[in-house]
Design a protein around this ligand. Structure first.
Ligand code: BGC
Length: 932
């Protein structure tokens, strides 16, 4: 029975839209249903896969036909057809039936294309252009790295190599694909035109074990006759100066390239053009390009037409063939880094010191495009920074080795020219311009914003513009720091710190679809796990990252950081309903918990011998040795080290308990029941040991700081009888601090939730609306456009610190805004069931949270005018929801103008003490009522 209104669309293959070049053997499909009717649930689906669109539309000669599958699942439905073949494009479509038997039309056609699945598919050879090896920097300890203030010696940097290969195409092509990767970062051109729109390929991964190749569709770029393939290489993350200590050569000191251009002619014959000794190389006009130092270009040295077929490369050198194992090659997975936005100049400033500074009005990650006309040889210097100092002068807020963020352009002269660096990016809002010929006008500069190009999935807004700015700041910090990997900051370290993303992941998953991006990063984190089970503080965990951690901590992991291996997959499972992500990392999680358990059992604190037997007995459940970051950067600690030292023991044991609890839940979900039982028992022991060791009869913790209470309450470490007292301790600390927070990285995500959960919602609101330092709105009122690393990066007396002004960690309050102010909660993973709870008592007159779940758009919006309430809700097709209408009386609630009691179908309701609870099927609803 076709009712005509049931539609199916938004097809995703492995969470991506029409991915090309994947290496997933069993791809999973998702789709969304649409209907004008309310209360629609999927009852069955059918998927068809074929290797041409024609076969698919005729339904003949199919590769897979699922048949009609009785199921309400419309996300992550696995392919079950024959084995997938390298290079092949597969077309698919889906149709659905709802619970009334109504049948949709077939969806539009989507596709995915396989990459090179077998080692033998690779015919290309690694090649290395003629080059001087990259100069390796001395290793720095943490102290040395922080105190480093030597100027950068750019004379040791080398020009970016150019590579080219010409080839001839005798007849018309049906299809051309370029498979490519590099040691370093690269840009390809075919016949002078840029290949693809990605930036900084092959991006940042643990190269020695996980090096991505990209698949480019280049059919339109290759033409009959003479062709040329060109590439520029730069040091990138592979050989360039990266991380806190700005060290070069983390993965190697020679740049290299691997490519394979596969051609299919109209007559079906095939040809492969590969990287081999016939490729020639020279040097480009990019005198150096380093991600941290910046890029220097001498436009006078441009080799015009170097990537065109007729270019004379007789003076170029032949490349060397290099020998590397290719077992580390993986297909690129996820959204590439792209230019995601362009921003105009807001103002051109002449500072008190007389510097010319362009202000883009927004802190970001990216670079600047500049147009200029002038004499050949004129040198223009662009320096990037996130803040101005107290006087309004340009301030380089990032200290350390190779943190210059300085681009230099030397004019070719004559005609108007445009400069935009190719292989570097900076964290900035302000650009100091030196040497510009003539007057600097706003139209000469554009900011080019770079980010991993993920889909936006959420928005939050409310009646307070400051909170709206906070939300925008969170999104900007996410955008700037999700650039290939989840970074701490886009200037000083740009490192994949595991603690930062662990606290931010629920917020991140509201704002953008981070499923694939974070799964890829988790793969790298898991690859970096040490043989003893330690999950390092970040990934990629390169040599100097490791060295720095060792000089600070004597080991590779910290509580609250390594736990990301459990917390991040758990958050992805919650947001997207993907069980596979739990399965994939399960072994790594188990090994991490085993490591903590062994450490707790084997390492005893210094005062062990003075303990009584009972205390000795419980030491094996306390993670109380070694260095940890603790509740990092909580404001009342004088220094970061102090914040670590004062809280580390309580924080570490809290995370030992939390991760064990999560692992027990994960094991149960995966059907590993004896594991689930084992971790649940272990969690019980840790909880008991925690309260016996750290909690006294007054409900006071040995680390008497806000964050310690927050974690103890959030992670269920406080025995029920003591809870009221513990909550009072937390409340008195907050009161004593003038209703300002004093929480660090790992506790702040739970601060407001804990207060709400334990009946102190009004205090949560006071903290949210607080404008004195430290607080979220303090930053907003100080003009922040992103989230700062430290609450007081600009101090109340106006002093500007040398901190990062773009760290997303403290932006983790975003998740709470969506849930507790917007009222948008999930009741079942992946939002299959939704729970709407408007926070009409928070002091705002309206708020609206919108989220694009895998099932479709969810809206929770509420407004209040005097005693009149409106609650607008959208529940996507194939899901159900519950709405709580606070303080409502059933007799005077209307839905879309009709008294609730008279509404028909898919709605049931109940008068409760707190208001009216309504159960909903899918659809758009508008509830109105007034308070008596
Ligand atoms: C980074 C962090 C990171 C921390 C470890 C800092 O330098 O910027 O965000 O998590 O070190 O404590």
């Amino acid at each position: 029975m076709a009712l005509g209104d049931l539609e199916v669309g938004q097809l995703l293959c492995e969470s991506m839209v029409n991915p090309v070049g994947i290496d997933i053997l069993v791809p999973r499909f998702s789709w969304q249903l649409k209907s004008v009717r309310r209360g629609v649930l999927q009852a069955a689906y059918r998927i068809m896969v074929a290797d041409t669109e024609e076969k698919l539309s005729q339904g003949t000669d199919l590769i897979w036909d699922s048949g009609k599958v009785q199921s309400d699942e419309s996300v992550f439905c696995a392919y079950e057809g024959e084995q997938l073949i390298s290079r092949k494009r597969y077309y698919w479509r889906v149709k659905v039936w709802d619970q009334t038997g109504a049948e949709s039309e077939w969806s539009t056609v989507a596709y995915w294309e396989m990459g090179l699945m077998q080692r033998e598919d690779w015919k290309a050879l690694w090649i290395e252009p003629k080059q001087e090896p990259v100069v390796e920097d001395s290793i720095l300890s943490l102290r040395e790295a922080l105190q480093y203030n030597e100027p950068t010696d750019t004379s040791i940097l080398h020009p970016c190599p150019l590579l080219r290969k010409s080839f001839f195409i005798p007849s018309n092509l049906r299809k051309a694909r370029l498979y490519a990767t590099a040691h370093g970062t690269y840009v390809f051109q075919i016949n002078g035109q840029k290949v693809g729109n990605q930036e900084l390929a092959p991006e940042f991964t643990s190269y020695d074990r996980y090096l991505q190749y990209h698949t480019y569709e280049v059919t339109d770029l290759v033409k009959k006759g003479a062709n040329a393939l060109g590439a520029i290489l730069s040091d990138g993350w592979y050989a360039g100066r990266i991380g806190l200590s700005g060290n070069s050569c983390q993965y190697g000191d020679r740049l290299g390239l691997l490519f394979q251009l596969e051609l299919e002619y109209e007559d079906g014959t095939q040809e492969i053009i590969i990287s081999d000794h016939n490729v020639k190389s020279s040097f480009s006009h990019i005198l150096y390009s380093d991600q941290f130092i910046g890029e220097k270009v001498d436009a006078r040295l441009m080799k015009d037409g170097w990537a065109l077929p007729d270019y004379d490369d007789s003076s170029w050198d032949h490349v060397d063939v290099a020998h590397f194992d290719i077992s580390n090659l993986v297909a690129h997975y996820g959204e590439p880094v792209r230019v995601v936005e362009k921003l105009p100049v807001v103002q051109v400033i002449t500072t008190p010191k007389g510097e010319t500074v362009v202000d883009f009005g927004q802190v970001m990650a990216g670079r600047v495009s500049m147009s200029v006309t002038g004499l050949a040889g004129t040198e223009i210097i662009l320096e990037h920074s996130e803040v101005l100092d107290e006087q309004g002068n340009f301030l380089n807020n990032i200290m350390g080795r190779h943190k210059d963020q300085k681009d230099i352009y030397i004019l070719r002269g004559g005609e108007p020219e445009t400069f935009e660096p190719s292989f570097t990016f900076h964290g900035f809002r302000y650009v100091k311009v030196t040497g510009y010929p003539g007057i600097v006008l706003p139209e000469h500069f554009t900011a080019i914003v770079l980010s991993s190009d993920m889909r936006y999935t959420g928005s939050f807004e409310c009646s307070d513009e400051r909170i709206n700015r906070l939300q925008q700041n969170i999104v900007w910090s996410q955008k700037s720091n999700m650039l290939s990997i989840p970074m701490d900051c886009p200037q000083r370290e740009r490192a994949g710190w595991s603690g930062d993303i662990q606290v931010f992941v629920p917020t991140a998953a509201f704002n953008m679809d981070v499923h694939v991006f974070l799964t890829r990063w988790l793969r790298n984190l898991a690859l970096e796990q040490l043989p003893n089970g330690e999950i390092p503080n970040g990934a990629p965990y390169h040599k100097s990252f490791r060295y720095i951690d060792h000089t600070l901590m004597g080991k590779d992991s910290s509580a609250g950081w390594g736990d990301a291996i459990i917390i991040v997959p758990w958050a992805l499972f919650q947001a997207y309903g993907d069980v596979q992500v739990l399965e994939e990392f399960y072994d790594s999680m188990v090994r991490w918990i085993s490591y903590i358990r062994r450490t707790a059992e084997d390492e005893m604190p210094d005062n062990y011998e003075q303990m009584d037997d009972e205390q000795k007995e419980r030491q094996k459940y306390l993670w109380n040795t070694g260095y940890h970051f603790g509740d990092w950067l909580f404001p009342s600690a004088a220094t970061p080290t102090e914040s670590a030292m004062m809280t580390k023991e309580v924080v570490s044991t809290s995370f030992f308990a939390y991760s064990t609890l999560l692992l027990s839940k994960i094991a149960a979900i995966l059907g590993r029941h004896s594991d689930a039982e084992e971790y649940s028992v272990l969690n019980g022991h840790i909880r008991n040991a925690f309260s016996e060791e750290y909690l006294n009869d007054e409900g006071m913790l040995s680390a008497h700081f806000q964050g310690a209470y927050v974690l103890a309450l959030q992670f269920g470490l406080v025995p029920e009888m003591a809870r009221i007292k513990v909550v009072e301790q937390l409340v008195s600390l907050i009161e004593g601090n003038g209703y300002r927070l004093d929480t660090g990285f790992v506790s702040v995500p739970f601060l407001l939730d804990v207060l709400c959960k334990y009946g102190k919602r009004e205090i949560a609101y006071m903290l949210l609306f607080q404008t004195e330092c430290p607080s979220w709105l303090y930053e907003v009122e100080r003009g922040a456009t992103t989230i700062w690393e430290s609450w007081s990066a600009i101090q109340p007396d106006g002093k500007v610190s040398s901190m990062s002004f773009n760290h997303y960690a403290f932006g983790c309050v975003g998740d709470w805004l969506y849930r507790e102010i917007g009222g948008l909660h999930k009741e079942q993973v992946g939002y299959k069931k939704i729970n709407i709870q408007p926070a009409v008592d928070c002091g705002l007159s309206y708020a609206s949270a919108k989220y694009e779940s895998r099932y479709g758009t969810i809206v929770s919006g509420w407004s209040k005018q005097g005693r009149q309430f409106t609650v607008e809700v959208i529940i996507p097709t194939n899901t159900t929801g519950t709405v709580m209408l606070p303080s409502a009386n059933l007799e005077n609630v209307k839905e879309s103008g009709i008294p609730l009691r008279e509404t028909l179908g898919f709605i049931s309701f109940q008068q409760m003490n707190l208001g009216v609870s309504v159960l909903l099927g899918s659809g758009n609803y508008r509830f109105t009522y007034s308070l008596e």
